[in-house]
Each structure stands twice: as C-alpha cells, then as structure tokens.
Design a protein around this ligand. Structure first.
Ligand code: NDP
Ligand code: MG
Length: 402
C-alpha cells in the first residue's frame, strides 16, 4: 500500500475485519464517538479492551454493553467504582495504573488500537502499540509532539500503521490519497484550518478577563476540557502543526494555518500547479474516526450529511498572532530542536490544568509556556526515557513557578 504518511512502514499491512480493538480513553469524548461508530457496525469489530481513567462508573456502563475481555483504569478508586457497577454474570480482567494502558496497547489478540487518552500520558501506550506493530487510530496528538521522531522509527521497524483521527490531519490524509503516487514533489503546502475557538476576533484586553466557563464554550466542536482550552488559546493548532510535520514529513515552513470559523473545511492540500484540495464535512468526530477504524472501507455514520446551501457562507482569515501567541510558540519550538516541543507541551499541560482549576488567568497560559521555553537548552531526546524525563522535569519547574 502506498505510504501517504511519513510514519507508515514501506509495506503497510492492514488487518482484516472484524478488527479486534483496544480503546484507550474509552470514557472520553473521542472514545464515546468511537463507540457510537462501533455500535452502528458491530460486525466490523470485536471490542477486546476498554480503558478509562478516573471514571470507573462510566467505564462499567461501557463494559456492560460491549463486554470486553480486558478493562483498565488509572486508580484504585476507579477500579472500585468499575467493579461495583458491573453485572454479576460478567468478569473482565481489570488492570490498574499507567502501565495498564501499555499492556492493553500491545495485547497479542488486538489488531487495532485507538489512542485517545488526553495529554502526554498517551505517549507510552502509543509507542507500545507502535512497537507491537498495531494499526493505530491516533487521536492523541501529544504523542507525536513528544516523540514523533521515535514513533516514526518504531513504525518503520515494526510495521505499525498510524491513521490520523484528528479531523485536520484526517482531511489532509484524504487530500493526499491518490494524488502523490507519481511524484511527491507535486505537493507544495498543507493548510490546516482552525475554528479560532470561542475568542476569535477578541483582543488581548478582552482575553485578560475571560473565565474558565467562557473558554470551555467551543462554538463548533464538543470536546474534552483540555483540548477545548487548547482551542481557545490556539495551542491546539500549534500542536497540530507539529503533528502534521511528523505525519507527512513536511517542514513547518510548508504548513500554514487559516482561521475558518464554520469548521466545515477541515484542511487543504496544495499542489505545485496551484490546485488546493479541501476536505469538507459536518463537524463531528465520528466521521474521521470511522474513516480511520474502517480504513480503507467507508461506512455510514449517524451524522447529518453536510448541506452547503444551509451553511451559506464559508469565511477564512489569518490567525491573530498578537492575541494568540501559542501558535507561533509551537512553530518556533518545532524549528528549534526535538526537545523544545516536549517543553512546550509539558508547560502547556501544567498551565491548562491550573487555568481549569482557576488558579491562573487565561493570558498566563502563553506566558508560562514562553518562560519554560526560554529556560530550556536543547537536550538529547532520542530515547523514550529521555523524553519522559524531560517531560517530568519541565512539569516540576512549571508547577514551581505558579
Ligand atoms: P477527554 O478529556 O474527553 O477524554 C480523555 C480520556 O483519557 C478519558 O477517557 C480519560 O479517562 C482518559 N485519561 C485522562 N487522563 C488519563 C491518564 N493519565 N491515563 C489514562 N487515561 C487518562 O479528551 P478528548 O477525548 O477530547 O481528547 C482525547 C485526545 O484526542 C486528546 O489528545 C485530544 O487532543 C485528541 N483529540 C480530541 C478531539 C475531540 O474532538 N475531542 C479532536 C481531535 C483530537 P476518565 O475520563 O475516565 O478520567
Ligand atoms: Mg483537530
């Protein structure tokens, strides 16, 4: 199969249907959307493992319905909640703690891993799935931000295949497919669209007083809390820019961002002859998730078909780099060295958690990230241990500055 994605091995082998799936982050927004797709097409999947984090009660509901052989949670409290809510006629094998996700990512009986944990916690399980040569539906963009260089090498060795769940990267994947067979040189630019988040068009003065509730109110997408704040600061687009560079082997100078408030055009691929191929669709994550989990087949999903006459107007504008500095911070971090994106991500996770706890203000988020990047001098991050150790160090330092 042609490798449209730089991380794909030379000879990618997709598993047959039904595909045995392990869902990491099953209780989250992406996990919930994936299970809607699976519920609609049960003949295409065997749900072998479901992993949640803290929400044992919700995981129990999902396990009761899908009956996976394995379940995982992060804490003993979540295990207690999970066990208390399971039916008496069903006993899954329950794993607890961070290493549980690594186990469920590399199970022999699993073909397909949906990596949809939020944050840097997704890196080790994604890497484990890559080492085990799985087909991976990748929602956890932070994995590539931390160690895209390590994951690329691992996929080449193991034969693991990454399918991009992130809607923009899925759109790019579809815009590349069938168009670069003859010459990869025909590709000139990738253009990521950004909704602009809830504060599109607002200035720094306005942003200085915005609340957690305002920041969480995304106009187009329903998502987990962390990515919603990342969308409000535009850091989400910064992380996505790095994700696109890793996935498609493009330099950051050839990845642009355009703000598109309606979230109908999910991204564009530009070719040297001036053609731009756009991917359009109703903004619902079931669409890219179904594309990845069933690739190369296409299946129906319970999302209204896009009606452009009802949408009426599509608008595009440049991002505002003054009010939303996070995008440029990410671009600069990727250009600086492989260790800078790790610093960017760790400082961002600490800052976003503090903003969600209402202990810092919205504009403190870019300030905390910028100061972490200023303190950093490039270090070697060619191993996963080095990546994780830098991640922990930056978190400790960023926390001490709050
Ligand atoms: P959510 O916050 O909704 O869900 C996160 C999931 O991860 C939950 O199942 C949660 O469990 C689990 N989890 C949280 N922390 C840990 C941990 N330390 N170890 C193991 N599991 C953990 O996030 P989203 O679904 O919105 O996002 C997931 C990923 O997908 C992110 O990387 C995001 O950037 C990416 N993404 C999301 C999109 C979206 O539309 N939501 C779009 C594109 C990408 P519990 O709730 O039980 O604690
Ligand atoms: Mg996205």
């Amino acid at each position: 199969m042609k490798s449209y994605i730089s991380l794909w091995p030379e000879k990618a082998q997709l598993p047959d249907f039904p595909r045995a799936i392990s869902i990491l982050g099953a209780t989250g927004s992406i996990g919930t959307s994936a299970l809607k797709v699976i519920r609609k097409h049960p003949e295409l999947f065997t749900v072998t493992a479901l992993a949640g984090g803290h929400n044992g009660t919700k995981l129990a509901e999902l396990c009761t319905e899908f009956r996976p052989q394995f379940a995982a949670v992060l804490t003993n409290q979540a295990r207690t909640d999970l066990m208390a809510n399971l039916p008496t006629d069903y006993t899954p094998e329950i794993l607890v703690g961070p290493e549980a996700y690594v186990e469920l990512a590399r199970l022999d009986t699993v073909d397909l891993v949906l990596s949809s944990i939020v944050g840097a916690a997704g890196f080790e399980p994604t890497l484990a799935a890559a080492k085990a040569g799985k087909m991976i539906g990748l929602a956890n963009k932070e994995s590539l931000v931390l160690g895209g260089h390590i994951i690329r090498e691992t996929c080449q060795k193991s034969g693991a295949i990454i399918l991009p769940v992130d809607s923009e990267h899925n759109a790019l994947f579809q815009g590349l497919m069938g168009h670069i067979e003859h010459s990869e040189k025909a590709l000139s630019r990738l253009i990521l669209t950004a909704s602009g988040g809830p504060f599109r068009g607002k200035d720094t003065e306005f942003l200085s007083t915005v609340t957690r509730k305002q920041a969480l109110a995304h106009p187009n997408w329903s998502m987990g809390a962390k990515i919603s704040i990342d969308s409000a600061t535009l850091m989400n687009k910064g992380l996505e820019l790095i994700e696109a560079c890793h996935l498609y082997g493009m330099p950051p100078s050839k990845v642009d961002v355009v703000v598109h408030a309606q979230s109908i055009v999910h991204s564009l691929v530009e070719y040297t002859d001036g053609s731009q191929l756009a991917h359009l669709g109703t903004p619902d994550m079931q669409i890219p998730i179904a594309h990845c989990l069933c690739f190369p087949d296409r299946v129906t999903v319970d999302v209204p078909q896009l009606n452009l006459a009802h949408v009426g107007t599509l608008t595009f504008e440049e991002p505002d780099a003054t009010a939303f500095p996070c995008l440029q911070l990410a671009r600069d971090a990727y250009a600086a060295s492989p260790s800078h994106p790790i610093v960017l991500n760790a400082a961002n996770e600490v800052a976003v958690a503090a903003f969600l706890d209402e202990t810092i203000r919205f504009l403190d988020i870019p300030a905390i990230i910028e100061s972490a990047l200023e303190r950093h001098s490039t270090v070697d991050v060619t191993t996963s241990d080095a990546v994780l150790s830098l991640d922990q160090q930056v978190r400790r330092e960023a926390l001490s500055t709050l």
